[in-house]
Write a new protein. Structure first.
Length: 303
């Protein structure tokens, strides 16, 4: 069934570059109510930053839902992203409207933007957040919980075209030494990787993930990132002492561009274990506890 749904090919770099150009160009209207001259100018700017041969009227119909709304940063970004991600449809002079939901199954490229602990139907799991990069849901986020077993399975498995997330398998030689490379140790290593998602609508047309797939482009993107994060292949980007493995490093993207989390971990005096330990400032459930104790507390809740 999933094989029958067309697997589109998107140039994600071009989409993101165009999105950023359009977003920065319309951002000066942040905080304005979209009407009259403001509306017309926003339409003009978006139109000028899209490929030639897209009619202004097609762009105008695509963004009519902005009328009389306050033009927030988020709305500007979403609008720029939606148009940049769907230029093929615009070139056919078909307006690209803000999605009301996912009406039919569609493959879309996505980037993993969060990996957090979760319990799913009473079992400990990892909750992955995906930002949709192109297609109907471009600019939206979807989430799914994966068991530890699923995380490890999907990390190394390859499809019929030898594509996957791109991690290597653990292999030992006769002396028992590890000879595999680009290895997967922790679900946190999914952070920042790309894949395709087959999204379908539930009975309220809200998108949910039916299947995960890969293209040569997402595979190569991941391989490059995984290689840069692997100390067997590449030294620490920040030249930190002892050349730490990225999946054990407390840095966030605020300090290192290939980090495995948005914000660096911070140190707390944890009242549960009595130690000075790391905590993730993005995890709000147990603000006073260290990461290890948050983990233990969550697992205890599941049992
Ligand atoms: Zn603790």
């Amino acid at each position: 069934m999933t094989d029958e749904i067309e697997f589109p090919s998107y140039n994600i770099t071009n989409i993101c570059n165009r999105r950023n150009r359009m977003y920065l160009a319309v951002l000066k209207y942040k905080g304005h109510i979209v009407k009259g001259d403001v509306y017309n100018t926003i339409v003009d700017i978006l139109h000028q930053n899209l490929p030639d041969n897209i009619l202004r009227s097609t762009v105008e119909k695509s963004v009519r839902s902005l009328l009389n709304k306050e033009f927030t940063k988020e709305l500007a970004f979403q609008t720029a992203w939606r148009l940049a991600a769907n230029t093929d449809q615009l070139l056919l002079q078909q307006p690209v409207l803000a999605p009301i939901g996912q009406l039919k199954p569609e493959w879309m490229p996505a980037q993993i933007i969060s990996v957090s602990n979760d319990h799913n139907n009473g079992r400990f799991a990892y909750r992955l957040g995906f930002h949709i990069l192109a297609g109907n849901m471009a600019g939206n986020k979807v989430f799914q919980s994966w068991s530890t077993k699923k995380c490890f399975y999907l990390a190394t498995v390859r499809d019929g075209k030898n594509l996957g997330f791109g991690f290597g398998k653990h292999r030992q030689n006769k002396k028992g030494e590890q000879v595999g490379s680009l290895l997967f140790y922790s679900p946190q290593q999914y952070y920042g990787l790309r894949c395709y998602l087959l999204l379908e609508g539930d009975n309220l047309f809200q998108p949910r993930i039916k299947s995960v797939g890969h293209s040569p482009s997402t595979f190569n993107y991941n391989k490059t990132l995984i290689t840069r994060r692997d100390r067997e292949k590449t030294d620490c980007l920040l030249n930190l002492p002892n050349n730490p493995e990225c999946h054990t490093c407390p840095m966030g993207e605020n300090q290192c561009s290939i980090a495995l989390r948005p914000l660096s971990l911070v140190i707390v005096d944890c009242p549960r274990c009595g130690k000075r330990e790391f905590k993730d400032p993005k995890d709000f459930d147990y603000p006073e506890l260290c990461m290890k104790c948050v983990d233990i507390t969550r697992k205890e809740l599941v049992l």
